[in-house]
Design a protein. Structure first.
Length: 403
């Protein structure tokens, strides 16, 4: 089978996902086209250079609807003969786009792809597209649906994570992200966003709160307590599924959960011949990909079983992985991953994560993969794993191996 290599990884800075955020004036189409143009320009791509653009975006309505991938190609400087595929695997959409592209290359369906995603959460509200699992009683009741925040609190309750544990993890994420930016660790991958006059709108993640400490977080009210406990509340639904729990311990709040932000990211993937054609040097090989489904009530434990699957598929052990990127959707998600595999925090999310910098849903998977690759090169590590939890009970993972 043909090998699939990463030749480049780019992303925008993350803007606060609200009306006063720096990227609020930028549409999903415009930001997507901007990132695609950066891939083209940085790598000297000409003509029908890639087989397809596979683009993740979660809330596929309004400006993010109508096969945004194809629209982005047409709005960019890429050749119009390049098609586009919009996909949605919720929070893992950006990573799944990369995985699909890599497996297409491995299977011989074209020499190269651009894969990634976008989410303008300040312009297109999360959940505004509707979701059968949340709004159709025939599915919601049978699957014991609860919102993600309740699921994160179920994980904390089931596996014994306290509010202090979650807050300490969040403070460390902020510290690491601030240090990474100060040290220029993201410089290789960041594409500043410009206005129509060529002036910089945003060139740095703006959601970060580097001064965050335990005392500040301790004053925040648990975000999902009311929706859980107000009768009839979601806690009652969760306890029907998990009757061995006496109650749900609500520990998550805005400070130890991922931030709502805007952003986009892209990965250039190709075979050896593609690199030779354009004079590009591969940075890493996509060694393996995996996806799984699981219980939709606890929902967010996917990084554990999908990692077990990808390790089994490759005949690897957790000790074979030098670095990890586990999306910080909620503190308990990553705490559970470290607990399950006894992974030292010094090897995981070493440059911070979504708690500090935000989680632009459709782009995050591609963003953390690029961050993983940059850190593998910076710290001279050979093997890395990126994984995300996924709404409605799924998980996705990718293993990279330096060339």
């Amino acid at each position: 089978m043909t090998e699939a290599y990463i030749y480049d990884a780019l992303r925008s800075p993350r803007g606060k996902g609200r009306k006063d955020g720096s990227l609020h004036e930028v549409t999903a189409l415009r930001l997507s086209a901007h990132i695609l143009n950066a891939v083209k320009e940085r790598n000297g791509l000409e003509g029908h250079a890639v087989e397809d653009v596979i683009w993740g975006n979660v809330t596929q309505v309004g400006e993010q609807g109508g096969c945004l991938a194809r629209s982005a190609v047409l709005a960019s400087d890429l050749d119009e003969r390049i098609p586009g595929l919009a996909i949605n695997r919720f929070c893992a959409s950006g990573l799944e786009a990369v995985n699909l592209a890599a497996n297409q290359v491995k299977g011989g369906a074209g020499q190269a792809y651009i894969a990634g995603g976008v989410e303008m959460m300040g312009r297109v509200a999360m959940g505004s597209d509707g979701a059968a699992i949340a709004v159709d009683p025939s599915l919601a009741m049978g699957s014991y649906f609860v919102p993600q925040g309740i699921s994160a609190d179920i994980i904390a309750t089931e596996y014994g994570f306290s509010r202090d544990d979650a807050d300490a993890f969040a403070v460390e994420s902020q510290k690491r992200a601030a240090e990474a930016w100060a040290d220029g660790r993201f410089d290789k991958s960041i594409v500043p966003v410009l206005d129509q006059n060529g002036l910089t709108i945003l060139d740095k993640d703006e959601y970060m709160r580097p001064g965050t400490d335990i005392q500040a977080l301790s004053g925040l009210r648990a975000s999902f307590k009311d929706m859980g406990e107000t009768m009839p509340g979601f806690d009652a639904v969760a306890l029907m599924k998990y009757p061995h729990l006496e109650r749900i311990n609500h520990i998550h709040h805005a400070g130890n959960s991922s931030g709502i932000v805007d952003g986009s990211a892209a990965i250039l993937i190709g075979n050896k011949e593609f690199g030779e054609k354009f004079g590009l040097t591969p940075r890493a090989k996509i060694k393996a990909t995996a996806k799984i489904g699981l219980d939709p009530t606890i929902m967010l434990t996917g990084p554990v079983p999908v990692t077990e699957k990808i390790l089994a598929d490759t005949g690897m052990n957790i000790s074979d992985i030098d670095l990890f990127e586990v999306n910080e959707a909620f503190s308990s998600v990553v705490l559970r991953f470290m607990q399950a595999f006894d992974v030292d925090h010094s090897k995981l999310n070493v440059n911070g994560g979504a708690i500090a910098m935000g989680h632009p849903l459709g782009a995050t998977g591609a963003m953390i993969l690029g961050t993983l690759l940059d850190e593998m090169e910076r710290s001279d590590k050979e093997t890395g794993l990126a994984t995300l939890c996924v709404a409605s009970g799924m998980g996705a993972a990718t293993i990279l191996e330096r060339v």
